[in-house]
Ligand binder design. Structure first.
Ligand code: ADP
Ligand code: ASP
Ligand code: MG
Length: 447
């Protein structure tokens, strides 16, 4: 069971979360995010050296104490306060180390993971106050192993599974409910390595994989995986059942409700992922699993990823130089840059990359000065991912979708179709993207 930032965001939410956990009597492992706003505040501390550490720690203390005071019994309070203080002192030390230049990169992930250490502690004491045997454990304690670049780690599933069998399974068998820090694992040297923003969903799937869970539940602040982001489309509806592939594509292309990596560990073991609403636990939510059935929805869900740029590389008769194309792609992707869409013509190669990587990518492409004629960048682009049944097989689906795009006066900047059987991806300028999503939803999912 994974509870996101809003689900542990203040006293009332923590109490609801505790109720949901108490409502089960099977073995359950809980993964938590930081209280909402905390990870952002940690990142701000890192980017602004002028922010005072004592004031910041007081703010964090007050935020956790507000949630604790109403939910932790007098009997457990003093022990909780001691442990909270211990963790806050640890954080203070880490911020000082971080601010001494040489430690910066090394401590970045450790620092941004601190919110989870505080929220897991608080929730475990709330559960103890209700008489449940519960303990806060960190990713280090139980051995969630990660590798990859800072801020974008991946779990080593086999190593983690071996560790969890030794550390977590005995706890579960003894009837204890562990409250585990989401968002990060540890690299080979035991240092925290985060899974990227929103990574606690992925942590939950990794733990589910490691303990052979029957189900992974993602408890969040909306009624499940929906036909669009309900903040953008007011009448978005819950999709009660989804295939792993659909959820993974939509999550990768902007449906923030799930971290894009969540599906992979679950799919490998055939574990169903449920997405449920902490604030409406009776709701059906969404069940994501291996669905072999083909439905008849032309469009089931639309997602939107902003903050992208299109880099276009021009070289006459590029298609006749596959080796050059391969090198260009290799250079664009190096240093961990992801390509979100790609399209080629006789003499151009167009790729969509995150806007924050554009300068770096263009810098590297200067190495091709003698081989390419020009490199052009179109900034402020958004990618729209439309998922439905028979995207490739049914005649006229793209025509209908692109007509809706034209209806709102949006210009299509790049199309990526055919790569996926279930999704059609295309890019428009980001000022029009929300209008496109709304129009598609209105026409083909339901007003
Ligand atoms: P948590 O803190 O629980 O991890 P997030 O904020 O990361 O929650 O994700 C939940 C949010 O995802 C919702 O509040 C909603 O605005 C957004 N969202 C985007 N796309 C979708 C979608 N297709 N279905 C449901 N929610 C979505
Ligand atoms: N707290 C982390 C974040 O805000 C991880 C998560 O919430 O899933 O990104
Ligand atoms: Mg999230």
């Amino acid at each position: 069971m994974k509870f996101g930032g809003t689900s542990v965001g203040e006293a009332e939410a923590m109490s609801r979360t505790a109720d949901i956990i108490m409502g089960y009597d099977c073995q359950r492992a809980v993964v938590v995010s930081a209280m909402s706003g905390v990870t952002n505040s940690l990142l701000e501390m890192m980017s602004d050296n002028r922010k005072e550490v004592p004031e910041y720690l007081s703010w964090l203390r007050a935020k956790h104490l507000d949630a604790a005071r109403e939910n932790i019994s007098a009997e457990h309070m003093s022990e909780y306060l001691d442990e909270l203080e211990y963790r806050l002192v640890g954080l203070g030390r880490l911020i000082h180390l971080f601010r001494q230049d040489e430690g910066r990169i090394m401590f970045q992930d450790a620092l941004s993971s601190w919110g989870e250490r505080l929220s897991s502690l608080t929730l475990s004491y709330i559960l103890r106050s209700r008489g449940l045997d519960s303990v806060a454990v960190t990713a280090e304690d139980i051995g969630i192993v990660a590798n990859g670049p800072p801020g974008n780690g991946s779990a080593d599933l086999l190593a983690t599974e071996a560790n969890l069998r030794r550390t977590l399974v005995p706890l579960l068998q003894a009837g204890c409910v562990p409250i585990i820090t989401g968002y990060y694992g540890c690299d080979q040297r035991g240092r925290p390595l985060t899974f990227g923003r929103g990574g606690s969903d992925y942590s939950a799937a990794v733990v589910g994989y490691g303990v052979d869970a029957d189900e992974v539940e993602i408890w969040t602040d909306v009624d499940g995986f929906m036909s669009a982001d309900p903040r953008v489309v007011k009448n978005a509806r819950t999709i009660t059942e989804m295939d792993y592939g659909e959820a993974a594509e939509l999550a990768y292309f902007g449906a923030k409700v799930l971290h894009p990596r969540t599906i992979e560990p679950a799919k490998r073991k055939g574990v169903a992922v449920m997405v449920k609403n902490t604030f409406n636990p009776q709701g059906k939510g969404t069940r994501i699993h291996g669905l072999n059935r083909r439905g008849s929805d032309m469009l089931r869900s639309v997602a939107l990823k902003t903050g992208l740029s299109i880099v276009k590389v021009y070289s006459s008769e590029l298609v006749y130089q596959p080796e050059l194309e391969a090198r260009i792609i290799g250079v664009i992707c190096s240093n961990g840059v992801s390509i979100y869409a790609v399209s080629t013509s006789l003499s151009t190669l167009a790729v969509a990359v995150p806007s924050e990587s554009v300068d770096e990518v263009c810098g590297r492409l200067q190495g091709f000065q003698d081989e390419v004629e020009a490199v052009k960048v179109k900034k402020d682009a958004a990618l729209i991912c439309a998922v439905g049944d028979g995207m490739l097989e049914i005649c006229g689906v793209s025509a209908k979708i692109f007509t809706a795009v034209a209806d709102v006066g949006a210009n299509i900047e790049l199309i990526s179709e055919g790569a996926s059987d279930i999704a059609l991806n295309f890019m428009v300028g980001d000022t029009k993207a929300v209008d496109v999503i709304k129009r598609l939803h209105e026409l083909y999912i339901g007003a």
